[in-house]
Design a protein. Structure first.
Length: 119
């Protein structure tokens, strides 16, 4: 077991449900979570099911976290799978808006699809 002085302040995990893959994100989403992000992304698309990204508990997101969201949405689109973002909090919405990415609030159930408007 390896002990560190740094407490984990955020995380990314895949929750496998029978009909959907849920990418659960919480706390501070940054480059320190790259291994968790990569594992969640790979497993989510191996399952070949729609993907819901639950960002409701995200308190901070940096460019690495945004890149992860964009990568999830683009791979999902390329694979023909629906990827939605659930209850994006202000920090997530603000960063996506700043980067000319917008959330389409018309999806029901508090879910919003990430739309790339920077074409």
């Amino acid at each position: 077991m390896t002990l560190t002085n740094e407490a984990q302040t955020g995380g990314i995990a895949l929750v496998e449900r029978p009909d959907v893959s849920v990418v659960d994100m919480w706390g501070e989403i940054d480059i320190a979570l790259r291994n968790e992000a990569g594992a969640a992304l790979a497993r989510a698309f191996e399952r070949d099911l729609p993907v819901v990204v639950d960002t409701a508990r995200v308190t901070f997101i940096d460019s690495a976290g945004v890149a992860f969201l964009v990568q999830l949405c683009r791979i999902g689109r390329d694979e023909g799978l629906r990827v939605t973002i659930h209850d994006a909090p202000a920090p997530v919405r603000e960063v996506l808006h700043m980067l000319d990415l917008d959330l389409d609030d018309t999806v029901l159930g508090g879910r919003a699809e990430l739309q790339d408007t920077a074409h």
